[in-house]
Each structure stands twice: as structure tokens, then as C-alpha cells.
Ligand binder design. Structure first.
Ligand code: SF4
Length: 199
């Protein structure tokens, strides 16, 4: 593990824990900063914490998170080993509504700073909100999921949100295809994710 990145992320987390920059701070139980390895080459970005995430202080730990972990495991990805997961907003929007543009605007600085420390080679947006914020405002998740674009030297893609897959399980095969494409892309542009830095 990269000790400098670990230290920098811990410092950033400490700072973020006290953030009261938007109204979402008033209803939170926990700030959900992010989780994973600090020198990850692949970073997943969701929209915001739900109920379970708010309680536990970790992203993607409810039913959708369990599904995400299973799909990640199928392509040898693991939040404890080789990826990092964060959200656009760090505090739970009430009733799991979409984060408002002004809340996203207030919070995105934390994500930018996480990104600056981790410096991933691949960014994977989880669902429409993250994709329209990170990739392109008119990104159409239903048509463009799984496609890669290069932005500022970073490869970016979006996959269907795991919560949407729970609601529409008929879309799981398409989502799995996207994970397989992601695995192939990782093999071509990342050196450490699959432990192949000596190839
Ligand atoms: S959502 Fe983000 S900007 Fe708003 S209070 Fe929480 S950490 Fe701060």
C-alpha cells in the first residue's frame, strides 16, 4: 500500500467528517466518506448514501451493495483489495431522493480531492446521477452504459446502478457484460489491479 496516499486520505476523511457545507448534514448519522485501497487504479463513484450506508458509514452496504460486491467478485475486484468506492454526496439525502444539484455542487470538492490523492486510471460511475455529473450532463445510462470515454487522461465508463438492477433484474445480464468489458479494460491499462505488475 502507498503510505503517503493512505495518510493523505485519512487526513481528508478527518476534515470531511466535520463538513456542514450543505443542508444534508442535518439529517445524517454518519458522513460516508468512501472505502477501499488508497492506491486503487479503479475508482467506483455512486450518487450518495442510503439508509444502511448512513447507519454504517460505508458506501454500498445495503442490498444493492451486496449485489455490487458479488458482481465485483465475479471479475476479481474487491473493495478491500484493489478498488476504491465513493459517492458524489457524502451525507444521505432524505428518503433516498436524488441529491439536488446544489448539494452535489457543495460536496463534489471532497470527491475531487479524493480523486487527486488516489489518481485512478479508470473511473466507473454507478448509475445515471454519477454518470451525468462525472462523464457528461446528457449521458444516457440506458443506452450508453458500458461504453468507455477518455476524459483528462482518465478512462471513464458507467454501469447500471445496482439498486436499479434489484428493481429490474432482467437487466442483470447486460450489467454483467459491462463488468466483463471492464475487466478486459483493466487488463490492458492497469498494472497492479490484478497483481500483474511484474508482467
Ligand atoms: S453532503 Fe457533502 S457538502 Fe453536504 S454536509 Fe455532507 S459532506 Fe458536506
Amino acid at each position: 500500500m502507498d503510505d503517503d496516499k493512505h495518510t493523505d486520505l485519512e487526513k481528508l476523511k478527518e476534515e470531511c467528517m466535520n463538513c456542514t457545507a450543505c443542508e444534508l448534514c442535518s439529517g445524517r448519522k454518519n458522513v460516508v466518506f468512501g472505502t477501499g485501497v488508497p492506491d486503487a487504479e479503479v475508482m467506483f463513484i455512486g450518487e450518495g448514501p442510503g439508509e444502511q450506508e448512513d447507519i454504517k458509514g460505508e458506501p454500498f452496504v445495503g442490498k444493492a451493495g451486496i449485489l455490487l460486491d458479488k458482481m465485483l467478485a465475479a471479475v476479481d475486484l474487491d473493495r478491500n483489495k484493489n478498488i476504491y468506492i465513493a459517492n458524489i454526496v457524502k451525507c444521505r439525502p432524505p428518503q433516498n431522493r436524488d441529491p439536488k444539484p446544489e448539494e452535489q455542487e457543495h460536496c463534489i470538492g471532497w470527491l475531487r480531492r479524493q480523486f487527486a490523492v488516489i489518481r485512478p486510471k479508470i473511473v466507473v460511475c454507478l448509475g445515471r446521477i454519477a454518470a451525468t455529473r462525472i462523464i457528461r450532463p446528457d449521458f444516457r445510462i440506458s443506452k450508453e452504459h458500458g461504453q468507455f470515454v477518455s476524459k483528462g487522461g482518465v478512462l471513464m465508463t458507467a454501469i447500471l446502478h445496482p439498486a436499479a438492477l434489484l428493481r429490474y433484474p432482467e437487466n442483470k445480464p447486460a450489467a454483467f457484460e459491462d463488468f466483463l468489458s471492464l475487466q478486459e479494460k483493466i487488463k490492458t491499462v492497469c498494472e497492479r489491479t490484478y497483481g500483474n505488475d511484474d508482467i
